[in-house]
Write a protein that binds this ligand. Sequence first.
Ligand code: NDP
Ligand code: OCD
Length: 341
Amino acid sequence: MFGLIGHLTNLEHAQKEAHKLGYSEYANEGFEFWCSAPPILVDEFQVKSVTGATIEGCYIESCFLPEMLNSRRIKTAIRKILNAMALAQKHNINITALGGFSSIIFEEFNLKENKQVRNVELEFERFTTGNTHTAYIICRQVEQASAQLGIDLSKATVAVCGATGDIGSAVCRWLNQKTDVADLLLIARNRERLELLQSDLGRGKIMGLEEALPLADIVVWVASMPRGVEINNETLKKPCLLIDGGYPKNLGTKFNHPDIKVLNGGIVEHSLNIDWKIMEIVNMDIPGRQMFACFAEAMLLEFEKWHTNFSWGRNQISVEKMEQIGEASVKHGFKPLLTFS
Ligand code: NDP
Ligand code: OCD
């Protein structure tokens, strides 16, 4: 069995969805209630591969909300993630993906030091961040969507916002090694980590967002922002491809310009339908088939019986591991999403 741990994007979203799903005690309560709410196993489903194999899985709602980070409720956020992991382990799930902020909180606050959650000793090999598959899918989206739009990578400037992150650094490594992309712009806040990445890659220009946007043919958004940023149409190159891989979304703007194309980043479409509720809640266009690539990673690990924390720690994702999970992804019938929103 595989597991998926996730959370909603804000309190209002959480209350609305809790109401729809019949959790009225959650729907009618405010922020403080959500801070003390335990995790819930919300949905159980089967996933079939194009190989014919079928696996069982479930979704665990951690009841974490990004507002907990904005209001510095760090201990609360930590408790949410550890409790959700303990619940997954109690259900004896082989491999569980830590979706959205779950893995970011795990890494940022060094939760590997917190193995004991009441009577459960967490076995970290049962969890994966899902970031290797996410980074692979985003890179395939860069390659395939740019070709669709007639953007020649060998002449293109690609800006990566969140370049020093787990996913961002993997995307930079892939683009550097596997494509002939002309220029890489590296965007994040911490200068030291940017310089380290630049020296590892042996290339790339460190830039602020405002400076980078007018130069970029393609922007990959993978910054861990609790809220999306507003971008002015005018500042972007035309044509421009924006791939938003953030959850919640990094882009707060709805673009309405024929030469600005926006793609939901890190999303895959499966070849076969899944009878589940969860992807409708996060507004996937085809909720029976589309999902976050990190969740698909847990499925792939279960299909392949690679019961190990395939993606773990920060900035450890190699191009070889991206290729390995990419082969499994194709084999089981997953494809990168290529429809512009
Ligand atoms: P990390 O925490 O490892 O990296 C975040 C990166 O964003 C860092 O480079 C950080 O650098 C940068 N950053 C944070 N805030 C800002 C800001 N305000 N401006 C510019 N840069 C910023 O995160 P991950 O790589 O694990 O995840 C990245 C995003 O991808 C998240 O939104 C996550 O939810 C999403 N995700 C999506 C998945 C999917 O399946 N589609 C799967 C997993 C994650 P610095 O702090 O120096 O600014
Ligand atoms: C990548 O990291 C993205 C991960 C995104 C996680 C998204 C999870 C979405 C699933 C939503 C289902 C929520 C049901 C909540 C019911 C609330 C009951 C109290």
